[in-house]
Each structure stands twice: as structure tokens, then as C-alpha cells.
Design a protein around this ligand. Structure first.
Ligand SMILES: [Ca+2]
Length: 151
């Protein structure tokens, strides 16, 4: 770190920014490109890792990804393996293992600053249940996250 700071002093902050690893569980060119293409204000979930095979994109919430209403429907539940949060307000996307507007049970959050998760492997809800292929609802929140993805 000392070497990085010394270099930053001589080359400026722009160079320092280039040395900081990309956000997301793992840097992903595909997710970088997808993130740039998404309009500000949206949350996106993908069936595959690396932001492939989009399940849904929304500025809103959905308390049941397996029902027939809202931005996520039917087979979308228990499928997500990568995510993008391009919210414009700084809110987190809170993701739940279960369904319903009581917003209860195991949960985790994807912060706006994180930008995306190229993989949900080795991520867990507050209940200890694995997140990959187990998300069934989501909403936007300012607080109450408990845990964050990639933290
Ligand atoms: Ca739904």
C-alpha cells in the first residue's frame, strides 16, 4: 500500500483509480459492459453468471419472483446467479430467500457502490442459506441490510 500511495503522489489520482480493482465479486468484462448499458435507476438479475441471460430489469420491487405479476415472474424465482444495481439514489437492493410483503426471513443487500455481482457463489443470506439460485424477492432500501454481498 505504501508503494501505491508513493506512486499515486507522483502520477496523480487518475492513475491510482486505475490500480483499484474493479467492483463486483470478481471483475467481469461482460458485467462491466452490461452495467454501462443499463439505464440509471435499474436493478437487473441474470440467470447466468457474468450478467448473462437476463431474468428481469426494473426500477421497482417484486415481493414474489415466482408469481404472475411484477417485473419477475414464474420461472424467475430461485434462478439468479448475477446481479446489477444501477440505482440513481444510492439505495441498496435488498434480496430475500423468501416471498411476501412482510419482507421476512433471510436477506442480503447489493449496494449501489458495489455496482454488480458477476457471481453469487459463496454468498449467503442472513439465515446462512446460499444466495445463488435462491433469490425469490427484492426491494429497494436505505437501511436494514444486515449483510451485504461481497463483504
Ligand atoms: Ca413477481
Amino acid at each position: 500500500m505504501r508503494k501505491i500511495l508513493a506512486l499515486a503522489t507522483t502520477t496523480g489520482l487518475a492513475s491510482l483509480a486505475l490500480m483499484i480493482p474493479a467492483t463486483g465479486a470478481q471483475a467481469s468484462t461482460a458485467c462491466d459492459n452490461a452495467y454501462r448499458a443499463v439505464a440509471v435507476g435499474n436493478f437487473v438479475a441474470y440467470d447466468g453468471t457474468n450478467c448473462s441471460n437476463r431474468l428481469g430489469i426494473t426500477e421497482s420491487w417484486d415481493s414474489d419472483w415466482g408469481n404472475s405479476s411484477g417485473p419477475f415472474q414464474g420461472g424467475d424465482t430461485n434462478k439468479a446467479s448475477s446481479l446489477i444495481n444501477k440505482g440513481g439514489s444510492g439505495m441498496h437492493v435488498q434480496l430475500f430467500n423468501g416471498t411476501g410483503q412482510d419482507w421476512a426471513g433471510g436477506h442480503t443487500c447489493l449496494s449501489t457502490g458495489e455496482k454488480y455481482m458477476s457471481s453469487l457463489a459463496n454468498q449467503y443470506f442472513t439465515s446462512g442459506v446460499a444466495v445463488n439460485n435462491q433469490i425469490s424477492s427484492h426491494r429497494w432500501v436505505w437501511s436494514g441490510c444486515g449483510v451485504f454481498l461481497d463483504s
